[in-house]
Design a protein around this ligand. Structure first.
Ligand code: DGY
Length: 320
């Protein structure tokens, strides 16, 4: 540790390679346990830092932003989503806020596709049968799933991750529809059909997958939106739980209006609504879309790249 290095506070545990870099390139305090906002404010009293690296556990609302000491110049999110903090309040205080786009695109689309396939093909139900000791064969009409190949997939949010999802879906011969704030140029659309209005698209979507940030979008998928999907549709969410009215989703799954759902994100994490776990037609993962060695390394490194750029007087790489 050297006083001449930029002083930073890393508020969450990083991968070993990123921890080593943080300690080598900065005068860094690196959390041994992931901190919450109160712990961050407390740690900053002992280690006044010019940059803080945060994850979703640090809920920096406007009140917490106002309490950050004046030494803090940069809030580097080690995630692409930053709906856990009030970025407007931070920027109004003159703070720089960054995130980590690009590096988790493929992993998130991979997991969304895993959920899509798993929900359609009842992967978790078959797996549970095997683990409990499969002894009875299946007849022709028993425990049938839905064939994903050739289906019509609706993508809500056609940013990097939405487009990566479309790329995977093309390999399965799917027709791709999308809803986005604005229409993409043809080279990015690659044949996907644009709907300016979400509710006009929903009745055509045999499978629907969300790929937009939480926060501003609000509760996009409410009872009316689920009702607008065709009967037997499959719903996938790797974006944010806040986009979904979970009571409405559970009702649609229970009534059989939806065939199944694949969910990685929930309104309340990690203490998610356990009614989901009681439904056989939900394939569940605990917000792990980016959880591969390569991607978690890349996310942490990208956050450190942003810190290095800003503390060296260059502009941020990924300002939000
Ligand atoms: C992100 O980066 O936003 C992922 O959801 C992980 O938090």
């Amino acid at each position: 540790m050297s006083a001449s290095l930029p002083r930073i506070l890393v508020t969450r545990r990083l991968t070993p390679a990123a921890t080593e870099r943080a300690r080598r390139d900065f005068d860094a305090v690196v959390a041994e346990q992931d901190m919450d906002a109160a712990a961050v404010l407390d740690a900053l009293r002992r280690h006044p830092a010019e940059a803080i690296l945060i994850g979703p556990k640090v809920k920096l609302d406007a009140a917490a932003v106002a309490q950050l000491p004046a030494c803090v110049k940069l809030i580097a999110n080690s995630s692409v989503g930053y709906d856990h903090m009030d970025a407007q309040a931070a920027k109004a205080r003159g703070l720089i806020v960054t995130n980590t786009p690009d590096v988790l695109t493929d992993c998130t689309a991979d997991l969304a596709f895993l959920l899509l396939l798993g929900a359609c093909r009842r992967a978790h139900e078959y797996e549970a049968i095997m683990r409990s000791g499969w002894r009875k064969g299946f007849g022709l009409p028993d425990m049938l799933g839905v064939r994903p190949s050739g289906k019509t997939l609706g993508i809500v949010g056609m940013g990097r991750i939405g487009r990566a999802m479309a790329q995977r879906a093309r390999g399965f011969g799917m027709r791709i529809l999308y809803h986005n704030r604005s229409r993409l140029p043809a080279e990015l659309e690659q044949g996907a059909e644009y709907f300016a209005d979400l509710h006009s698209m929903l009745p055509h979507c045999q499978i629907l997958s969300l790929h937009l940030p939480g926060g501003e979008a609000g509760t996009l998928m409410d009872a009316a939106a689920f009702a607008a999907l065709p009967k037997g549709a499959v719903f996938v969410n790797t974006a944010r739980g806040s986009l979904v009215d979970e009571d409405a989703l559970i009702a649609a799954l229970k009534s059989g209006h939806l065939f199944a759902a694949g969910l990685d994100v929930f309104r309340s994490e990690p203490d998610f609504d356990t009614r989901f776990a009681e439904l056989p037609n939900v394939f569940l993962t605990p917000h792990v879309a980016s959880a591969t060695q390569e991607t978690r390394d890349a996310m942490a490194m990208r956050a450190l790249d942003n810190i290095a750029a800003v503390t060296a007087g260059r502009g941020p790489i990924d300002p939000v």
